[in-house]
Unconditional design. Sequence first.
Length: 291
Amino acid sequence: SVSRASPNLTFVPACHPPDPVEVEELQRFVSNSKRLFVMTGAGISTESGIPDYRSEGVGLYARTDRRPVQHAEFIRSASARQRYWARNFVGWPQFSSHQPNKAHLVLKDWEKLGKLHWLVTQNVDALHTKAGSQRMTELHGCIHRVFCLACGDRILRSELQEHFEALNPTWKAEAFGVAPDGDVFLTDEQVRNFQVPACRKCGGILKPDVTFFGDTVGQEKVSFVHQRLAESDSMLVAGSSMQVYSGYRFALAAREKKLPIAVLNIGPTRLDHFASLKLNSRCGELLPLIV
């Protein structure tokens, strides 16, 4: 079920309502596009109640000194994995219950109408999937899937939650704040006795099917996205400052192909100096106004 309730603005930076002129400009941009390539970032999901990293005043980096887990640390350190999974275990019930907002639904509708050629999301929250998008690549994977680093066996994150519960029947922890990727803040003391299950098939290390900071997106996926971009005639970036190179490279490729680029994001982005159009509005407020 998709929530049609009012947007959750807790983690959305302050911004003005859409300017009628901006609405008209974006309408013209979309109308002129026949095969639109869309890239979304954390800013499209903030209205679903999921915080992002970089937004002024409300992003994780602005609110706390905490940083997401690094790939190398997760791989080499059992205590880092224990800390990650304990936080993820506590945060999962709330994180997995988040629902798509109006922006996700609009992009799904554009796909059904044949307007949207391909959607690439940098998010790991599965909200585009919940909204019904199909012509889509999850650039950084999805937190709803887990795999074994040794044998490659895959399970659903919801299934893993049951294993956590079975291994930790008396373990309880109260969370201190919520982070962007489905985890919460816990103290080292809280984490100390948390038990982490191994792979059911080979006893290997389990990892969420996401690209952690410090890791790279697989070349096969990158090539696939470049192919979809080559088939497109314009690019729309929604809800991303494009600070992470794994997504930014596709904007550079679009510029090289001389594709018109529109950016819809509250606050500055790396594309502002070469985008055809820059709009400072909420995705869930402006996108539904486009016919």
